[in-house]
Design a protein around this ligand. Sequence first.
Ligand code: HEC
Length: 200
Amino acid sequence: MHKDLKTMIGLACTAGALALSGCSSDAKTASPTADAGCPGKDAGCPGSDAGCPASDAGCPGTAGDPQTPGTGPQAEAWLAKGDYKTWKSEPAVHDSRSPSPHGKNRIFSNAKLSAHGTGEYPVGAASVKELYDAAGTTVVGYAIGLKTKAGAGDAWYWYEKMGTTVVANGNGVALCVGCHSAAGSDAAHSGHDFVYTQVQ
Ligand code: HEC
């Protein structure tokens, strides 16, 4: 397993144009106990820099805590723990709201996001969206938005997985930013600061 991850890192680093030195040194210094190829403290890993692509399954994201989603390859394990289900939630699954492409869903807001007023959300504000099948009974995917630093643009971390396909994993994912940047822009776009639905 560890060897496979190392191979993946090697491939990702060869394929990526980004900071090759960071990636190759990660592979050399990999610690089998503490990480899956790229130690979180290593400056070559995502979250701290652009040395490895955020989508590289060999590099750790962050584990998160009950109020903070895990990121990168740790997002799924964090979602599976279900801490977000203790957050403020919409009462029921609903059809997507315009202009959402998400399908039937249910949104959860963490304390920082839920409690916030106008203006920019604080770092640590987060949403989880459960994505449902057409019947609205089975969760088929998840989307996460997490404010990781002040500002706009790449200030939000985005994650989305539909079935087994990771659609988004990283800050500033163009697909997500392109639409979420319109939140609060006019009467047809609710919310503000990249968040459409704030559950209070
Ligand atoms: C074309 C517009 C559009 C795109 C593209 C889009 N979203 Fe959304 N998203 C919405 C809308 C509208 C909502 C609110 C309500 C709904 O879907 O029912 C929403 C809700 C969310 C929420 C819940 C918090 C909130 O802002 O309401 C998350 C998390 C989220 N989206 C993540 C993502 C991710 C990750 C991507 C990229 C893979 C993405 N979205 C792409 C329109 C979009």
